[in-house]
Design a binder for this molecule. Sequence first.
Ligand code: HEC
Ligand code: HEC
Length: 249
Amino acid sequence: MRGVRRPLRRALVVLAVCCGAMAAWSGAAGGQAQPQSPRPDARALVARGRVLYAQGCASCHGADLRGRPELAPPLRGAGAAAADFYLSTGRMPLAERTQPAYPRADIDALVAFVGSFGGPGIPRVDPARGRLATGMAKFTEHCAGCHQIVGRGGIVTGAAVPALDDTTPTQLAEAVRVGPYLMPKFSAKQLDQATLDSISRYVQSIRHPDNRGGWGIGNLGPVPEGMVTWFLAMAALLAVARLIGERAP
Ligand code: HEC
Ligand code: HEC
């Protein structure tokens, strides 16, 4: 009896370790861990932002934020919303979506600095308050023409339309209100808060389609998901084989 139980326990441990590793992996792949930086007081933040701006932005946007012809538009009145959008999506100081060039604390400082020259603040958005059906209908009506119905991006004349896979709800709200590059901007009259919440809920939902297997492993697609299944099946088979093996005289 003990001979049977010990491998069984060992098999359970193996399974538990597998599941733990998978959970960790899935967390790393799909998680949105945002380090919470302590909030320094607002004035210190703006002061830090001024230093970062002088180093990384002034050469194009001008030391006085009035822009430089041929190089970059003015940032007076651009607002915290635009600054946060361009910086957090990595569009600034580069021109396409990459990893953000600055850590979050520096982005906060730059956003506070640019925001101190006026303009729209960072819009609020709460996907949890949105309605999926409304979101889908409004996305289809206002966004899908460029972004495709499942938010995979596409091409409009003169611009690559980005996929929305990596977009956070706040970045989405910012894009909607700011209208980056060739994207139109939508006022609160055109898309009110409830509609914005719904669109962001819909976009979240197409980013996280139902995890049909029951476990989220980051929606990595059929191949890796199949591999995980095999991995588990193999661990289970090994455990059974051992059980049988140890039970045999
Ligand atoms: C190499 C030149 C260059 C540098 C450096 C640069 N930018 Fe820009 N920036 C641009 C250009 C060009 C645009 C217009 C691009 C567009 O509309 O997509 C722009 C647009 C912006 C916008 C949007 C303005 C609006 O009215 O919506 C913001 C905000 C911004 N930049 C912030 C920054 C910040 C903050 C930095 C420093 C971290 C920075 N930029 C560094 C060239 C630059
Ligand atoms: C006319 C075509 C067009 C329409 C309509 C449009 N967009 Fe866009 N969208 C764009 C383009 C082009 C960009 C890339 C802008 C850039 O790179 O600066 C963009 C960028 C974005 C981004 C930033 C993605 C990222 O993380 O890099 C989001 C979010 C977004 N759009 C959401 C929406 C939503 C929501 C709607 C509907 C309310 C919408 N868009 C309607 C063309 C469009």
